[in-house]
Design a protein around this ligand. Structure first.
Ligand code: G
Ligand code: G
Ligand code: MN
Ligand code: NA
Length: 254
């Protein structure tokens, strides 16, 4: 309960900050975007992981306020980078299931993008398959609403959820983010290279891009490349970085 009331207090935004993790394309050798990841600097506990407080925020409904802060702050930051001409094509923001199903979502995203004055296609929203189970018709309607704004959509942790192929072909999404569980053992596994290759083929057939998450070693990157997945994110390239360090990363990448 202590954490919950602290989270309630923090939800205005004062104790939160965003870190950004680069996504790169190995083939083109360039940064294609960055994922915004929230961090909570608790005055007493120090850094609290989102793995701990996002589930709590979902349960208590505080996720709406926290998600609003993350989206506004990410778009503001992107607007600033665009104004300063930094080489960052897009920023992605995670949406949890409850945010995705909130009736206010589409209108809110539209107003945040407009207020920030960013081109909508430079914002990406990352959704998990779990957000879209249940009422598929409703999910497709929301996805179409988001797509009408012009934002890009990706499925996070792809391969761990419940997307059937019948659903997937109806989703107006841009990218499948291959879950890090398939990357972790890809060098030694007898099955995981084939799984990754199958996801890449599937994505190509459906007109989606792919990116692999959790890439930590050069060997993993090489294996992914063999499976024609050239977009990667992970500690091999960089940890999620505070703003100033992320800007340094961008400065060094041009
Ligand atoms: O960055 P880290 O690995 O600690 O993140 C842990 C989990 O928290 C991940 O599943 C990530 O998607 C989630 N997460 C991080 N930032 C946000 C956010 O701003 N909104 C939501 N909904 N989830 C986030
Ligand atoms: O659930 P989601 O994919 O949004 O989680 C993203 C989180 O994964 C990031 O917040 C980050 O802390 C974590 N992460 C990023 N790169 C790596 C990596 O190379 N290895 C591991 N184990 N975790 C990573
Ligand atoms: Mn994510
Ligand atoms: Na993920």
């Amino acid at each position: 309960l202590g954490l919950e009331s602290d989270l309630r207090r923090a939800s205005g935004g004062n104790e939160f900050e965003l870190h950004f993790q680069p996504k790169i394309d190995l083939a083109a050798n360039r940064t294609i975007g960055a994922e915004a990841l929230i961090r909570w600097r608790h005055p007493v506990r120090g850094m609290v992981s989102p793995a701990e407080f996002i589930p709590l925020a979902e349960e208590t409904g505080l996720i709406w306020e926290i998600g609003a802060w993350t989206l506004i702050e990410s778009c503001r930051r992107l607007a600033d980078w665009i104004r300063r001409d930094l080489p960052i094509p897009s920023v992605s923001v995670n949406l949890s299931p409850r945010q995705f199903q909130d009736a206010r979502l589409v209108g809110f995203v539209r107003s945040v993008v407009e207020s920030a004055g960013i081109p909508a296609d430079r914002l990406e929203l990352e959704l998990t398959e779990g957000a879209m189970i249940g009422d598929i018709e409703k999910a497709v309607t929301i996805l179409n609403g988001l797509k009408d704004i012009g934002v890009r959509l990706s499925i996070d942790d792809f391969g761990t959820g419940y997307s059937s192929l019948a659903y997937l072909k109806r989703f107006p999404i841009d990218t499948l983010k291959i879950d890090r569980s398939f990357v972790r053992d890809i060098v030694k596994s007898t099955t995981d290279p084939a799984i990754v290759g199958t996801i890449v083929n599937l994505a190509e057939s459906l007109g989606f891009d792919t990116i692999a998450e959790g890439v930590e070693t050069q060997e993993q990157a090489d294996m992914l490349r063999q499976q024609r997945c050239t977009r990667i994110q992970g500690y091999l390239i960089s940890r999620p970085l505070p703003i100033d360090q992320f800007e340094t990363f961008l400065g060094n990448s041009v």
